[in-house]
Ligand binder design. Structure first.
Ligand SMILES: [Zn+2]
Ligand SMILES: [Zn+2]
Length: 353
């Protein structure tokens, strides 16, 4: 094998100040530390979190200047001397959890997203909106060679996140899961993972276009909040006994659906929060929560095993991600569409243009 040539400079989209915009410019290529790999990122998905990172509207501060992005799929081109199980030329993914300590009580129990020393790609460390990105070898996603790097990119955050949340919901094959925000990037994948896991899907979102997208991906019922006179009634009516879904995934980026979910969840059901509307609070009637034994919980990305499982569903052809590819140079335009709520499916940036 001939040596892979690594340039000293590369193109990147850089957040220079909180609030943005991103600046498309050349920056140096870094060298991996002993436990790290350098990934030549070919494609990166664009996630809502990247917009929050640029705007700086979450309670957790980002590094600055910052290269965002945490759905980077590419090829390993260099590695530190301690890295034994990843080879040069392997396909690998940079995900939200860039690294963790591997020694705390959370890491030891495979809850590494909860590690107090976690490194977050495109947030506390530079991410995938550049041509060459650094990641801790222990945490890079091992991408099977048969997966196209553009199509697989959105699995690295959206896929892992929704797959994990379905596991956390406890819903079993044949049961109903309502997905709020089913027409967005996370939602379109959640529908397919749910179907692949044997669950029946009620998609909730706004507008005709999103409805068609949900139905085509496998939602049995679509509830349109822009035209429904009574969302709670409609969601309950979508289950055969009228008692509501066994689980609700909240992928919405506004607060209101978070208040509503406990009204249509089935007794003994689980409401799982995944989306992160800025500054939002959860509110639920204590009486109902108690006498109907409702569980309300959060689900946050996934561990290394969840990552490989989510990729395996994709490899087996069970997850088709609707995506549109644009150049890395056009990232700011993607953010503009995102701010208007105009995105159906996922945007993937090609780092070569
Ligand atoms: Zn993400
Ligand atoms: Zn840890």
């Amino acid at each position: 094998m001939t040596d892979i040539e690594i340039p000293s400079e590369q193109w990147a989209q850089v957040v220079e100040k909180s609030g943005g915009p991103v600046v498309y410019k050349k920056i140096p290529v870094k060298k991996p530390s002993p436990d790290e790999v350098l990934i030549n990122v070919k494609y990166s998905g664009v996630c809502h979190t990247d917009l929050h990172a640029m705007m700086g509207d979450w309670p957790l501060p980002t590094k600055l200047p910052l290269v965002g992005g945490h759905e980077g799929a590419g090829v390993v081109v260099a590695k530190g001397e301690l890295v034994k199980d990843v080879e040069i030329g392997d396909h690998a993914g940079l995900k939200w959890l860039n690294g963790s300590c591997l020694a705390c009580s959370f890491c030891m129990q495979a809850d590494e997203p909860l590690c107090p020393h976690a490194l977050l790609s495109g947030y506390t460390v530079d991410g995938s909106f550049q041509q060459y990105a650094i990641a801790k070898a222990a945490h890079v996603a091992r991408i099977p060679k048969e997966c196209d790097l553009d199509a697989v990119a959105p699995v690295l955050c959206a896929g892992i996140t929704v797959y994990k949340s379905l596991k956390e919901s406890g819903a079993r094959p044949g049961q109903h899961v309502a997905i709020v925000g089913a027409g967005g990037g996370l939602g379109s994948m959640a529908i397919q993972y749910a179907r692949a896991m044997g669950l029946r899907v009620i998609g909730i979102d706004g507008g005709e276009e999103k409805g068609q997208s949900c139905k085509s991906l496998g939602a049995e019922v679509y509830v349109d909040f822009t035209s429904s006179a009574d969302i709670v009634r409609d969601v309950k009516a979508a289950t055969p006994d009228g008692l509501g879904p066994h689980a609700v995934l909240l992928l919405a980026v506004s607060e209101k659906p978070f208040q509503q979910a406990t009204e249509y969840i089935r007794s003994r059901g689980t409401v799982v929060c995944i989306g992160l509307p800025a500054g939002a609070y959860l509110k639920a009637p204590v009486f109902d929560t108690v006498v109907r034994m409702i569980s309300i919980k959060g689900s946050y990305v996934g561990n290394r095993q969840d990552t490989q499982e989510a990729l395996d569903f994709f490899k087996r052809g069970m997850i088709k991600v609707p995506y549109k590819t644009v150049g890395l140079s056009e990232l700011q335009d993607v953010y503009k569409l995102m701010q208007k709520g105009k995105i159906v499916g996922r945007y993937v940036v090609d780092t070569s243009r």
